[in-house]
Design a binder for this molecule. Structure first.
Ligand code: HEC
Length: 136
């Protein structure tokens, strides 16, 4: 009886812990989407169907820089040879012109790590393709 109570108690606590982690992740994605709408959406669609002045950002995490088909990139970006890892995306959001001199993306300058975290969570959520082959 005693042992049963212990197991019951353990599983009772396990469930809310998992649920809150999922909730936390969803809250980050939702906040990231709102921030993306405010900071990035006027130039970037998230798939090929939306109007996009800059390259659409679908599957951006792990994507090779300058590889969106038929987009007219700057020479700097196209020749950079980098892959959009989370670290590279942070550096880009923080100071894109400093990170890659010659880019034609207007400077954004998001230095707040929390804001970067949220936008990254959203960018991960719109990355549905496995890009690991090129990010290695
Ligand atoms: C004023 C318009 C504008 C805004 C705002 C903007 N971008 Fe860009 N972005 C561009 C342009 C233009 C390019 C192409 C740059 C080049 O070719 O040098 C670009 C390129 C990029 C790339 C490289 C994509 C690739 O295919 O290699 C990423 C990643 C990116 N932007 C992310 C963001 C994020 C995240 C935000 C918001 C925090 C943002 N951008 C805000 C215009 C913008």
């Amino acid at each position: 009886m005693h042992r049963f109570a212990l197991i019951a108690a353990a599983s009772f606590y396990a469930v809310p812990a998992i649920a809150s982690e999922t909730t936390f992740q969803q809250v980050k994605i939702d906040a990231g989407e709102t921030l993306f709408e405010a900071e990035c959406r006027r130039c970037h669609a998230v798939d090929a169907t939306g109007d996009s002045y800059g390259p659409p950002l679908e599957n951006i995490v792990g994507r090779g820089a300058g590889t969106y088909e038929n987009y007219d990139y700057s020479i700097a970006l196209e020749a950079s040879g980098i892959v959009w890892t989370e670290a590279a995306l942070r550096a880009w959001m923080e100071d894109n012109a400093g990170f890659m001199p010659g880019t034609k993306m207007r400077h954004v300058g998001i230095a707040d790590r929390t804001v970067q975290d949220f936008i990254l969570a959203y960018l991960v959520s719109i990355t549905t393709q496995d890009n690991s082959a090129i990010s290695e």
